[in-house]
Design a protein. Sequence first.
Length: 270
Amino acid sequence: MKHFIKVFFVFTFHSTLLGCLENKEQSEENDWIRETKVSKLIENVNFVFPESGYAFDHSEELIKRTFDAIEHNRKILKKDPFNDTIYVRVMASRDEMFKYTGTTASGNAYPYWNTVNIVSKEDDVKPPIEHELMHLMAMLDWDYPKNSSSWINEGIATYAVNNCNGYTVAEIYRYLLAEDELISIENFASDFYGQSELIAYHQSGYIVQYLLENYSIEQFKGLWIEGVEKFEEIYGLTYSEMLSNLQKELLEKYPESPKIDWEKFSKGCY
């Protein structure tokens, strides 16, 4: 990417989000470390990349994916336009991600800092920019969801991608239904992150798709803020009734379950 502006950061201890590990230079005199990044504001997005290496070499691709994702997510959220100034910070490794966010995830979103952090590294998973941007865009409007509705936060981000190993969230839900592997709403509401990630994310992804396609964004926002306890009050039918309608429609669309090799599938999405 041409005409990046170099930004130099100096740290003596652990800092938050504004630093990187690329191209460190340490003084023998006082142990201060100079850490460098390059940054550029494009429209309403501040991009921050390592000065060199794999992530920088693929910056053009990631920038395009960012703006494509914003447009795609904006339509799902029925948000027009999206003018918030945000930061997309690219880390060179999961170790770097851990240093500045405390996780080794390939991506995360922090609405209070208007920031998405992602790892872009050769031979690693594809940077989850679409998924994390959906988290950010939704939470910038609605804040974090109520605990019992955390599943729709992950669901809408998974639906935004709508692809795991070539299968949509609808196809994956159909397979889980046939295999009797679906997770109960009680477990979704009380311990979503304690469930099988691959099942929980894609199951919630299709439920979110169904809710958004058959009901209003205002009702979805209400579920986000009020929690699943208010489902019947918000949607005018019980969760069980909605689920029955969802599954009936899905079985009509997919009379036969996709033949997914779950052992291979469960190794992760590519």
